[in-house]
Design a protein around this ligand. Structure first.
Ligand SMILES: [Fe+2]
Ligand SMILES: [Fe+2]
Length: 256
């Protein structure tokens, strides 16, 4: 990848207003986008361009889901990368940024679909997203006035029934999607039962979301807390994921 690309991103993050969707989220989405293209036997060039799309996919990210951020991120990506990539490649990157939120029946290419897969199967799922959702519930006005112990599991389950439905992805990824979804279902059920670990984690991350703290620093603080077996399992899994330790397990879940 062109070395200038990451520098351009970092110098232009003023419209990335969300601590749940900050630089760590962008960098991991880039890495998983590269990984998904590779897992689908794409070329190195496609994987590199998917990496760039993943890196820029949420560069304009308000603290509410009421504003459609994909179009704004796509426009900004086009403007910032126009002197780096040829028009043909730039168009592909911008299209992948634009379409990273919703499943599609027909994807134009592996590059087109990889940032969506990365943003949902990897970054939008698993134990990690349960904790990120708790952080987001603190920072986003979308949650004001809600009973979070009920509302957060409601939204998490909606995610499993919607964007994370295994049929939205090639069948080779079904086991991986199901593995990731099981964490969401377990965490949602624990909250619905008022499990003390789940409620503690929700409140811990929610409070720091209100303070605008970055997810990656909050999880480092969370793992130092005294917590029961269920909470410890969630934190260990999410921390392992954030530190890049899930790749080989995810590869073992892909049907060849
Ligand atoms: Fe997004
Ligand atoms: Fe994202």
């Amino acid at each position: 990848m062109d070395e200038r690309v990451e520098a351009i991103l970092k110098a232009n993050l003023e419209e990335n207003k969300s601590c749940a969707h900050g630089l760590g989220h962008l960098q991991r989405t880039a890495e998983w986008s590269f990984w998904f293209v590779t897992q689908m036997d794409g070329t190195l060039r496609e994987a590199e361009l998917a990496y760039v799309a993943g890196l820029f996919h949420d560069m304009v990210r308000p603290d509410t889901n009421e504003i459609w951020h994909a179009q704004d991120s796509a426009n900004k990506t086009k403007e910032l990368l126009k002197d780096i990539y040829q028009p043909n490649d730039l168009e592909k990157i911008v299209k992948a940024v634009l379409d990273h939120c919703e499943p599609k029946k027909e994807w134009e290419s592996l590059l087109h679909q990889a940032p969506f897969f990365a943003d949902k199967i990897a970054e939008g799922s698993g134990a990690y997203v349960c904790l990120r959702e708790a952080l987001w519930s603190g920072e986003s006005p979308d949650y004001h006035g809600k009973d979070l112990v009920r509302f957060v599991p409601h939204l998490l389950r909606k995610r499993v029934d919607g964007v994370l439905r295994p049929t939205n992805y090639p069948s080779r990824f079904s086991k991986l999607v199901e593995y990731q979804n099981q964490w969401i279902l377990d965490f949602s059920e624990a909250l619905e039962k008022n499990d003390s670990d789940a409620v503690f984690l929700l409140e811990f991350f929610n409070k720091r979301g209100k303070e605008g703290l970055d997810f990656d620093s909050v999880i480092s603080e969370a793992v130092l807390q005294k917590i029961g077996e269920f909470g410890g399992k969630c934190l260990t899994e999410a921390m392992h994921y954030v530190r890049g330790g899930k790749q080989s397990q995810f590869e073992s879940l892909i049907q060849r």
